[in-house]
Ligand binder design. Structure first.
Ligand SMILES: [Ca+2]
Length: 318
């Protein structure tokens, strides 16, 4: 089974040179990535950023932020990187496009933080600069609304053709948040459906983690205790942010759901996700529907949840 599924994955990701770009990104040994995030609202962005630091196969060029007060989000990301220390403290963080205010209580944890790595604007310029410096090598991991990414694609003719891939959390293809529910407009897509339409029609290889495969990735109390008793500064910071989120989020979320973590996993999919080539059409209301026609995305529809969660906790506790 493993061999078969690996072959299926490879069909999508390893032979892009002899198929269209929509079939998947070209392979590279170490992937330079840019992490575009709305950290500070839901808690999974913080866990995803921590997970990103445990992946030596991903070279983090920088972190960019989007939506609500993008500057405050950048400050939060920069402080989390600083707490991790070493090279992470030097990772550049750029604020991107701000939008109307959202709930984001976690940013108060970083309200007074500053560092030379923190830039209060310039996310789109940063992304374009890095992509032009490394044509067809950079993967963007997009785990917020797609406002920055659409602005990037529209900022320079041909820039999309220089992007290796965009791995994104977003959409709901065959189900919504609840098991067996109908697909619904998912937050990252519906927050800027026009931007999502730009991304899904760009021709850039897309690796998509929708609600189908992410809505059940729950971080249980036992898992959190394992992470928080590890005692590292980074995990202590995650414990603080988790508490702030848990006691203030207005949708009464209790168990963190690791939506965004799957998006970064898809850059180098080493376990056995079902990636299906689909043509995803984004409606003005933010629905993501599989349609007839040439595929524009490799979509993760299912995940081995116990294996995924155990791997996540193990990485954060070693
Ligand atoms: Ca997010």
């Amino acid at each position: 089974m493993r061999v078969l599924l690996s072959a299926l994955l490879c069909a999508g990701l390893c032979t892009a040179h002899d198929t269209s770009r929509a079939d998947g990104p070209p392979p590279v040994a170490v992937s330079p990535v840019i992490f575009d995030t709305d950290i500070g609202t839901d808690i999974d962005d913080a866990y995803a950023l921590a997970a990103l630091m445990q992946r030596p196969e991903l070279q983090v060029l920088g972190v960019t932020t989007v939506s609500s007060d993008a500057d405050a989000r950048a400050r939060l990301a920069a402080k989390l990187l600083s707490v991790a220390g070493g090279k992470w403290a030097k990772t550049p963080v750029y604020a991107g496009i701000s939008t109307p205010t959202q709930y984001m209580k976690q940013v108060e944890w970083a309200a007074d933080f500053n560092s030379p790595s923190l830039h209060t604007s310039g996310a789109v310029d940063f992304m374009r600069r890095e992509i032009n410096r490394r044509p067809r090598q950079v993967t963007i991991i997009a785990v917020g609304e797609l406002t920055n990414i659409a602005a990037l694609l529209q900022s320079e003719p041909g820039v999309g053709a220089k992007i290796r891939a965009i791995a994104l959390m977003g959409g709901a293809v065959y189900r919504g948040h609840a098991p067996d529910s109908k697909p619904e407009p998912e937050w990252n897509i519906k927050s800027n459906a026009r931007a999502a339409q730009v991304v899904f029609t760009s021709g850039v290889p897309l690796l998509v983690a929708p609600l189908d495969s992410t809505a059940d990735l729950k971080l249980t109390p036992d898992m959190r205790v394992r992470i928080f008793t590890h005692g590292t500064p980074l995990n202590d910071a995650l414990a603080s942010l988790d508490q702030i989120w848990r006691h203030t989020n207005h949708w009464k979320g209790d168990l963190p759901t690791l939506f965004d973590v799957l998006a970064l996993e898809l850059v180098h999919p080493r376990r056995h996700y079902e990636l299906r080539a689909l043509r995803i059409v984004v409606s003005d209301a933010g629905l993501t529907t599989a349609a007839e026609g040439d595929p524009n995305a490799q979509v993760a529809l299912t995940v081995d949840i116990p294996q995924f969660m155990e791997d996540f906790v193990a990485r954060l506790t070693r």
